[in-house]
Ligand binder design. Structure first.
Ligand SMILES: Cc1cc2nc3c(=O)[nH]c(=O)nc-3n(C[C@H](O)[C@H](O)[C@H](O)COP(=O)(O)OP(=O)(O)OC[C@H]3O[C@@H](n4cnc5c(N)ncnc54)[C@H](O)[C@@H]3O)c2cc1C
Length: 328
C-alpha cells in the first residue's frame, strides 16, 4: 500500500474525540483526526452545551465543551507532541470499509485515508419538540438553558421553580419523577405535545402520587422574554396556559451510528454501539467512546473516561506488536 497507514484515527471532535486525541498523542502515537464537517458539527451535542455546572473547574466557560476543547488543540499544537497530530480540519467521515486489518476511510472531501485502529466518537443528539411546525421555536430557550435536556447536568435548575417536561413516553415520566423527588419544583407538568401519554401503570401511580399534572394537548406556542433568557410558559391547543420557568425535553435521542453499522458492529436495541471496557466493538480494531457507546452515562466525564480507555488499549496493542517484533 503506497498511502500512509496511520496507527490511530479518531472520528468526532466533541468531548470523547478530543480526549481520545489528547491521550493518543500523549501516548506518543500518531493520530489522524476528523473533528467533523460543518454539517456534522451542527448536529453534535458539543455545539449545544453552554454553561457546565456539574464538573469542577468548568464554571467560567460560556461554551463548556467547545472552549476547553479549543484550548486543548492549541496546547497540542504548541507542545513537543505536535507532529503526532494530523487534523483534517472541518472534515467528517462519510464511509469506512475494512480491508484486511486496515480501515479505508473516505472523508467528506472525498479523500481516502488508511488507519489501523479507529476510535469512533460521533455522539448522539437529543430529539427536539416541534412547536408551530418547527424545532427552531425552542432554540433561543435551549441556548439560554431555560429549556434543558440532560437531567444529570441541569436537573438542579428546577429548584424553587415552576417546571415542565415535554415527552410522552416512560422516559419523560421518569424524568419528571426524578426531578420531583430531588428538587420538589413548585408546579410540575408533563406536556405530551399532542401524543397519547404512554406510561406504565407503576409510573402512572407515582405521577398521580406526586401530583404531577399531565396534559396531552398540542403545544401551539411558547412565550418568554429576553431571547429565551426568561421562559414563561406554553400555550396549548385546548386553550390552557402552562406557566413554567424551566422545561426539560425528554423525547429520546438520534444516534449517529452510521459508520458502526456500515462496518457491521453490534448495536444494542436502541442503536448504541456495544463495546467492552476498553470500548472494543465486535469489529476488530474499531473502538467506541462517548455518548455513542452503549450503557454509559451520557456525560462529559464519561466521554473522557471511555476515550482514555480506548486510546490506552490501542497503545497497548501497538507497543505489544513492536515488542514482539523486537523479540523475534
Ligand atoms: C444541552 C446539553 C447540555 C449538556 N450539559 C452537560 C453538562 O453540563 N455536563 C456534562 O457532563 N454533560 C452535559 N451534556 C452531555 C454532553 O454534551 C455529552 O455527554 C458529550 O458531549 C458527549 O461527548 P461525545 O464526544 O460523545 O459527543 P459530542 O460532544 O456530541 O461530539 C460528537 C462529535 O462527533 C462529530 N461527528 C459526528 N458525525 C461525524 C462524522 N461522520 N465524521 C466526523 N465527525 C463527526 C461532531 O461534529 C462532534 O464533534 C449536555 C448535553 C446537552 C445536549
Amino acid at each position: 500500500m503506497d498511502q500512509k497507514v496511520y496507527p490511530v484515527c479518531v472520528i468526532g471532535g466533541g468531548s470523547a474525540g478530543t480526549m481520545a486525541v489528547l491521550r493518543t498523542i500523549l501516548n506518543n502515537d500518531e493520530c489522524l483526526f476528523f473533528p467533523g464537517s460543518p454539517k456534522d458539527k451542527k448536529r453534535s451535542r458539543d455545539l449545544w452545551v453552554r454553561k457546565i455546572e456539574n464538573i469542577p473547574g468548568h464554571f467560567q466557560y460560556k461554551r463548556g465543551i467547545q472552549e476547553p476543547n479549543l484550548e486543548t488543540m492549541k496546547w497540542i499544537l504548541q507542545s513537543d507532541f505536535k507532529d503526532n497530530l494530523h487534523t483534517q480540519k472541518n472534515t467528517g467521515v462519510v464511509s469506512v470499509e475494512k480491508q484486511g486489518d486496515i480501515f479505508k476511510i473516505i472523508d467528506s472531501n472525498n479523500q481516502t485515508h488508511f488507519a489501523e485502529y479507529i476510535v469512533l466518537c460521533t455522539g448522539v443528539m437529543d430529539v427536539q419538540p416541534e412547536i408551530k411546525g418547527t424545532i427552531e421555536t425552542v432554540f433561543d430557550y435551549a441556548n439560554a438553558q431555560t429549556i434543558d435536556y440532560c437531567l444529570i447536568c441541569d436537573g438542579h435548575h428546577v429548584l424553587n421553580k415552576k417546571a415542565s417536561v415535554i415527552g410522552h413516553g416512560n422516559g419523560a415520566a421518569w424524568s419528571a419523577i426524578m426531578l420531583h423527588e430531588r428538587y420538589h419544583p413548585k408546579d410540575f407538568h408533563i406536556l405530551t405535545n399532542g401524543k397519547k401519554a404512554d406510561f406504565s401503570p407503576d409510573t402512572q401511580k407515582l405521577i398521580n402520587l406526586y401530583g404531577i399534572k399531565v396534559n396531552e394537548a398540542l403545544i401551539i406556542d411558547i412565550f418568554g422574554q429576553d431571547k429565551g433568557r426568561i421562559l414563561e410558559g406554553f400555550i396549548l391547543e385546548d386553550g390552557t396556559t402552562i406557566e413554567t420557568d424551566i422545561c426539560f425535553v425528554s423525547m429520546g435521542m438520534l444516534i449517529y451510528n452510521d459508520i458502526a453499522r456500515e462496518l457491521g458492529a453490534e448495536l444494542d436495541e436502541r442503536g448504541f454501539v456495544k463495546g467492552d471496557e476498553a470500548g472494543l466493538t465486535s469489529v476488530p480494531g474499531l473502538y467506541v467512546a462517548g455518548d455513542l457507546k452503549a450503557n454509559t452515562k451520557k456525560q462529559i466525564y464519561t466521554a473522557w473516561d471511555t476515550a482514555v480507555n480506548s486510546a490506552n488499549a490501542i497503545n497497548l496493542k501497538i507497543r505489544s506488536k513492536k515488542r514482539q517484533q523486537l523479540l523475534k
